[in-house]
Design a protein around this ligand. Structure first.
Ligand SMILES: C[S@@+](CC[C@H](N)C(=O)[O-])C[C@H]1O[C@@H](n2cnc3c(N)ncnc32)[C@H](O)[C@@H]1O
Length: 176
């Protein structure tokens, strides 16, 4: 993603800030973490422990976008599979980016949301939703560990580019 100290990143579903902390240490970039969980947001402040990191809830991000905030890049690691309203969240992420900015996604191929039969799928196709807002640059199948077993190609890493502003679309504002 060509990161450096001028990069202003959005970490969507930051959790405790595991990735943000590493990126700040390596690139001196700044990161705004977004997480729906108050507990995760609180843990992230302590764990990342950097003046280059801020953490907010998703509704705050909407207000920041309205006020003109735009990130130069974004990533979402192990998050979109869990989002209850993924179309809204993917649009939210795109709206927070300068046109043409890169978005890195690491995601399970299977949805994992609460259903009336336990954790399962709700039929949302994340890759199709991503294609509405982003152009795909690359996609790689990823093997990962589940209960100590390597599960092959149950996940993917994807690099995407925010589609250019759409005329008449209030969410596709200009860069700051
Ligand atoms: C599996 S954790 C991954 C955390 C982090 N990205 C990492 O890789 O260490 C998923 C995180 O996404 C957050 N999350 C789930 N749905 C979300 C949503 N709609 N908006 C923002 N955060 C969300 C959860 O609270 C949780 O912290």
């Amino acid at each position: 993603m060509g990161l450096d100290a001028n990069s202003r990143l959005l970490d969507f579903g930051c959790g405790i800030g595991r990735v943000a902390k590493a990126l700040i240490e390596r690139y001196r970039c700044s990161v705004v973490g977004i997480d729906i969980s108050a507990q995760m947001r609180e843990l992230a402040v302590g764990y990342v422990n950097s003046d280059r990191f801020a953490v907010r809830e998703p509704e705050d991000l909407d207000r920041m976008i309205e006020e003109g905030f735009r990130a130069t890049g974004a990533y979402a690691c192990w998050v979109l599979q869990h989002c209850l309203a993924p179309r809204q969240d993917i649009r939210r992420i795109r709206s927070a980016l300068v046109p043409g900015a890169l978005f890195f996604v690491l995601n399970s191929t299977k949805r994992c949301v609460p259903t009336d039969r336990g954790w399962g799928t709700d039929g949302n196709a994340i890759e199709e939703l991503l294609a509405e807002e982003f152009e795909q640059i690359s996609r790689t199948g990823v093997s990962h560990l589940v209960r100590s077993e390597i599960i092959a190609r149950e996940a993917y890493a994807m690099l995407l580019r925010a589609r250019p502003s759409i005329a008449g679309d209030p969410s596709s504002g200009s860069a700051m």
